[in-house]
Design a protein around this ligand. Structure first.
Ligand SMILES: *Cc1c(COP(=O)(O)O)cnc(C)c1O
Length: 379
């Protein structure tokens, strides 16, 4: 049996939305994007939402808008996708890694506070796999002067204690990359409750310009623009924005499907000897972006090979970022510095997980893992 790691569920029904953009005068950022931004602001109950062309470029625009400079420190988790740290490097600032909680795999005040210094300007907590970091607790521990930027690449529809992303932070950034729960192939969004930050972001996501394309030609005449601060090219074209409204409308209705898939994996694998899953979900509505397990690090790559040989696609989210060559050599992180991220990073496997996945496919994955774990344990 072949079980791919991922299949998107967009179909031809989106073709009409793209055709409508083709028939409009503006292919890049225009009225369609404006509509999606209003939709996002309403969904998250925040005053400001700005579409961007990726999480990564959106985060760079956000750090520029916050005046993060060389010499500044930004705390990021050791267990995340490398982009979370890379964006800090791109600004010439220093990403300071913090380990994560062994049950939730998330940053907590306990894992973060030892890394706070006089140079700490911001922190980027990551809602790993869709489980939300307790942002209110981080805010209480860090005080008002350290900026909190939520990495919501895994968490659009998640909640913690009834609060959605954006409720307690300075900004929350989403990814609409091809495999994410809401996707337009490549894209993202930033939400914020801070009017001054939103104004700066409108410029830093587009070269630093004070007016976007539709505003430069307002009232059928040319309007001058200026640049007050440096920006990047991070605006999302309407051709891609057009894929989003239908997905945002149905995201809550689609979550139970992901929850049901996660429950099947949980009940099939939770009590298997030598297999660990993310736990500690009290008060959370988990967005169920990825389903990951962790096995002994000495068995992981062999198990992935055996799953692949059985026709099962899987991947690793993620190896501990400070152990990647660039960060290890630049900052001299020896092994053992981030024990939880390293142990999880050495042992984790992401299993096939997508809404159209069938029950027989999931049972095949569970049975194959059980069989291969038994033979690996006996070897
Ligand atoms: C996907 C991802 C990103 C980067 O998103 P892009 O839109 O591809 O730039 C950042 N952080 C995490 C945790 C991710 O999974």
């Amino acid at each position: 049996m072949q079980v791919p790691f991922y299949k998107h569920d967009l179909d031809g029904s989106h073709a009409a939305a793209i055709a409508a953009v083709l028939n409009s005068p503006i292919l890049t950022s225009g009225q369609v994007g404006r509509g999606v931004e209003a939709q996002l602001a309403a969904y998250f109950n925040v005053p400001h939402a700005l579409l961007v062309n990726s999480w990564t470029n959106g985060a760079v625009a956000c750090l520029l808008a916050m005046d993060i400079k060389p010499g500044d420190e930004v705390i990021v988790p050791a267990m995340t996708f490398v982009a979370t740290a890379n964006v800090v490097e791109q600004l010439g600032a220093k990403p300071v890694f913090a380990d994560v909680d062994p049950a939730t795999l998330l940053m907590t005040p306990q894992t973060v506070l030892p890394h706070v210094t006089a140079r700490t300007r911001a922190i980027i907590p990551v809602h790993l796999y869709g489980l939300m970091v307790d942002i209110a607790a981080l805010r209480a521990a860090l005080g008002p002067s350290i900026r909190i930027i939520e990495d919501c690449a895994h968490c659009f529809e998640g909640e913690l204690d009834g609060a959605k992303p954006g409720a307690h932070s300075d900004a929350a950034i989403f990814s609409f990359y091809a495999t994410k729960n809401v996707t337009c192939g490549e894209g993202g969004a930033i939400i914020t409750r801070d009017a001054e930050l939103a104004k700066r972001l409108a410029a830093t996501r587009l070269h630093g310009m004070s007016a976007g394309a539709i505003d430069r030609f307002r009232n059928a005449r040319y309007n001058h623009w200026d640049v007050e601060r440096l920006g990047v090219k991070a605006n999302l074209p309407d051709l891609l924005s057009a894929l989003l409204p239908g997905q945002i409308e149905t995201i809550d209705a689609r979550l139970p499907r992901r929850e049901a898939l996660a429950n099947v994996y949980e009940s099939g694998l939770r009590h298997l000897n030598g297999v660990q899953t993310q736990t500690g979900l009290t008060g959370a509505r988990h967005a169920r972006h990825l389903f990951t397990i962790c096995v002994d690090g000495t068995l992981r790559d062999e198990l992935i090979g055996r799953l692949n040989a059985a026709g099962i696609g899987c991947t690793v989210n993620y190896r501990s970022v400070p152990q990647l060559t660039y960060y290890r050599t630049k900052y001299g992180y020896e092994r053992g510095r981030f024990p939880i991220a390293e142990r999880w990073g050495d042992g984790t496997i992401s299993l096939p997980f997508y809404p159209s996945m069938q029950r027989d496919g999931q049972e095949y994955v569970i049975d194959t893992i059980k069989r291969e774990m038994r033979t690996l344990a006996a070897a």
